[in-house]
Design a protein around this ligand. Structure first.
Ligand code: GLY
Length: 395
């Protein structure tokens, strides 16, 4: 009898490892839909009373107040992207109208060459709009934006310059987040046949593999290059706990970035890189059971450290794509399911609260005590993208 029970136990454990958690997409989108209706009203109220007249989209809550940003802010494109996702799921006219209206507000950024954040701003808004509508105007904006972004590429370093600011600390800083902007470049080549964008993206991705990662496949946040020789001057952090720590969102950007690079190139080196980054994150001793990371895998006071739901949202979305390319498909899907369920249950904003943000408990920058344990628009964006990717799998 004893050995029979043991056999049953072993069989159940083995079977359990291939079970996926069901995610209640319908409920999650109903919540997102209702929250975003609240957000639309809050945006109007904030704009009516703001002294700044260039505010376009919501970024976070500051002391309970809605903080909106101008189109030049790196986060400006996420809210329009969320509206496109809501339209994609619900088919409702209101979301199409709102998506178009908010996307229009981001378009001036196509000419802004002062930042590397073009992909975040334009690809998440205009790029998502183009994927859904195939509107020719959006196509032109994507191409112009890629041309503008390409001006930041330096053939001597082989990478796109990230920041123009903080020249007291870095000469030519490149951050791991920059991997996300390559999607815009790959897409521009796919749209035009002009391979120059593709070549820049590949050069950036290859140089980043060489210089941004430690032997355990964790990533530094900032690598500073000599712009004349391409020599690496410093490897540091800006938003993580320390220079040698693994800032969680940085790992998520890297995972998403190399998975996306594999989508466009089918270069096995990128798939290999993404799988190792995923292993670093998913097997880390400080990854909590709900798979929503602390803001840094090496934060000193875990478990008394803030979580970063945005890192979980980016990771979950990336894992659904990575799973579609990998032999470890089921394992990646299961981990992403756990993340999605955690976000949809434990980290969902109570209905009508938080000015209409969908999720809570993200962390922007713990070292500067900025945006700690708050809603962030990019957590909401990647959460909705992950929900749609889950739905598309039809398991
Ligand atoms: N790209 C900026 C951040 O992840 O905070």
């Amino acid at each position: 009898m004893k050995s029979f029970s043991l056999t049953i136990c072993i069989l159940l454990l083995a079977a359990g490892s291939s079970f996926s958690q069901k995610v209640d997409i319908k409920k999650a989108f109903k919540h997102a839909d209702q929250q975003t209706l609240v957000m639309l009203k809050e945006i109007e109220k904030t704009k009516a009373t703001a002294t700044k007249k260039d505010l376009v989209t919501p970024r976070t809550l500051e002391n309970g107040h809605l903080r909106m940003v101008a189109s030049k802010d790196w986060t400006s494109g996420f809210f329009p992207g969320e509206l496109w996702f809501l339209y994609e799921y619900t088919g409702k006219q209101i979301w199409l109208d709102q998506a178009k209206a908010f996307t229009k507000l981001i378009e001036p950024e196509q000419f802004n060459g002062k930042t590397h954040d073009m992909g975040f701003k334009i690809y998440c808004s205009v790029g998502t709009g183009y994927r859904i509508t195939k509107d020719k105007h959006y196509r032109e904006v994507i191409i112009k934006s890629a041309k503008t972004l390409a001006t930041r590429f330096n053939p001597k370093t082989g990478v796109i310059l990230s920041w123009d600011h903080s020249r007291d600390k870095w000469v030519n800083p490149v951050i791991i987040d920059n991997m996300m902007n390559l999607e815009l470049l790959f897409e521009a080549t796919a749209l035009t046949g002009d391979s120059s964008f593709y070549k820049i993206a590949v050069s950036h991705a290859n140089t980043t593999i060489k210089n941004h990662f430690r032997p355990d496949y964790s990533s530094y946040h900032v690598v500073d290059y000599d712009p004349n020789t391409g020599a690496v001057l410093k490897k540091q952090t800006h938003q993580g706990y320390s220079h040698e720590s693994a800032w969680s969102r940085g790992q998520a950007w890297a995972l998403y970035g190399y998975t996306m690079c594999y989508r466009f190139t089918k270069d096995p080196a990128y798939l290999n890189q993404a799988e190792h980054i995923a292993a670093f994150m998913l097997k880390h001793k400080n990854m909590p059971a709900d798979l929503v990371p602390y803001y840094d895998f090496d934060a000193p006071n875990i478990p008394d450290e803030p979580r970063d739901v945005s890192a979980a949202a980016v990771t979950a979305s990336a894992l659904y794509e990575l799973g579609s390319y990998s032999k470890e498909k089921n394992m990646y899907y299961q981990k992403a399911d756990v993340m999605l369920n955690s976000m949809a249950t434990k980290y969902a904003s109570p209905a009508g609260k938080n000015k209409g943000f969908i999720l809570v408990s993200s962390t922007g920058s713990k070292p500067s005590e900025s945006e700690v344990d708050v809603p962030l628009s990019y957590a909401d964006y990647y959460y909705l993208e992950a929900l749609l990717r889950y739905k598309a799998l039809k398991r």
